[in-house]
Design a protein around this ligand. Sequence first.
Ligand code: FAD
Length: 456
Amino acid sequence: RTSVVVFTCDLRLSDHPPLRAARYGGGRVVPLFVRDPAVDRAGFAAPNRLAFLADCLRDLDARLRERGGRLVLREGDAVTEVCRVAAEADTDEVHMADDVSAFARAREQRLRRALEADGRRLYVHDAVSTAVAPGAVTPASSDHFAVFTPYYRRWSAQGLRDVLDTPRAITVPEEVGSAQLPERGDVSGVSPGLCAGGETAGRRRLTAWLRSGVDAYEERHDDLAGDGTSRLSPHLHFGTLSPVEAVHRARRVGGAGAEAFVRQIAWRDFHRQVLAARPDAAARDYRTHHDRWRGGKNAAADAEAWREGRTGYPVVDAAMRQLRHEGWMHNRGRLLTASFLTKTLYVDWRVGARHFLDLLVDGDLANNQLNWQWMAGTGTDTRPNRVLNPVTQGKRYDPDGAYVRRWVEELAGVQGAVVHEPWNLPAQERARTGYPKPVVSLAEGLDRFKRARGRS
Ligand code: FAD
């Protein structure tokens, strides 16, 4: 018996339900990845993610080869290619992981129909890309939870499946050919500080994190300069790390840090269950509609200053420059830059979400769009009108200014917390930095926000 396993955002061999099901009984397997131009056209492919993906595919291939197998890469329409490979391998079953975006759901339906027309079956497995599957916990009155706390209560009480063994040997039919695997070096426009992809790197990172990071997570997760978070998000996004395994292993470590870390993984599942139930939330306001965002030339210039990290608010600019340099941004930075764009500048959250998706290595439709909506006050936040003050945020989460000095080179020589308020420097010193003036005063931004939201 031969089966095809279609890899998507689950680029690993460990704890992999589709692979486990395909190998049940010890048959041959075609581990397949399809590079589909439709994914690029839908705006999901960006240089940082393509470079990370290249690492992931190479690592997956290397791990398969250690077990006697190899990765099969095809290029073209995913449905056509999967059907073609299934025919070449003469198999009647195809396995893949569940996914929540409208794009992925439509692809799955098309694939199911095409395979069935050829007398084959598609098996879709859940709890591959999430710890708890999107539809597994629902309130009595709805198909999903719109508020995190009750969701988290139910999520925590939900038993997780066991971690599955990594296969020791994999036999791939010789007759199925592969395209050449991409290399990170083939991709241009990649952030210079981009991290390495692949399951090997992801597993190493998780082990190091559980050994020496997670214990202090609760106290350090908001410390911008201390960088005290796991940085596992790209691995969770590409599935080079299993969320089920991450939760089991963190719970074994135990303590307040591990518990806080597990809670964040639940946030990830939370957004996925919202998007699964309301796929249009990727583009449209989820709960509260605000359609009076600023438009025109001035708003476009402000958005550009935000993208380039020259708003004149040091912690905002530091975070935006970190994003460009690393393809990743600290969560506190994401919160305060999103608040700044949507509430202080009053620019549509979709403008910011697009820019994040263009650069984030962990850029993920569910997490990105719904976190943006949360911050813009159109989504699941129960306090939709909270505005984060970038100066207060900077002083609180970067008290000594080390994060700003690391990323904003104009201010690298300014010592202490005054770096968050460069306008308080002596005039000459200020002029020497060459750092821009604020694009807007915070009082003006707040007034505009209140008027737009009908609050005085
Ligand atoms: P840790 O703090 O170590 O958390 C562990 C894991 O929990 C993360 O890897 C992530 O998978 C998950 N997680 C943490 N915080 C959140 C959250 N608020 N919502 C959902 N999951 C979370 N995360 C993405 O993975 N992709 C995105 O595209 C994305 N866009 C965001 C946009 C905005 C405006 C905001 C405010 C947040 C966004 N996040 C996104 C959530 C969060 O900022 C990142 O997951 C986190 O910063 C990644 O760093 P880490 O792995 O060190 O996180």
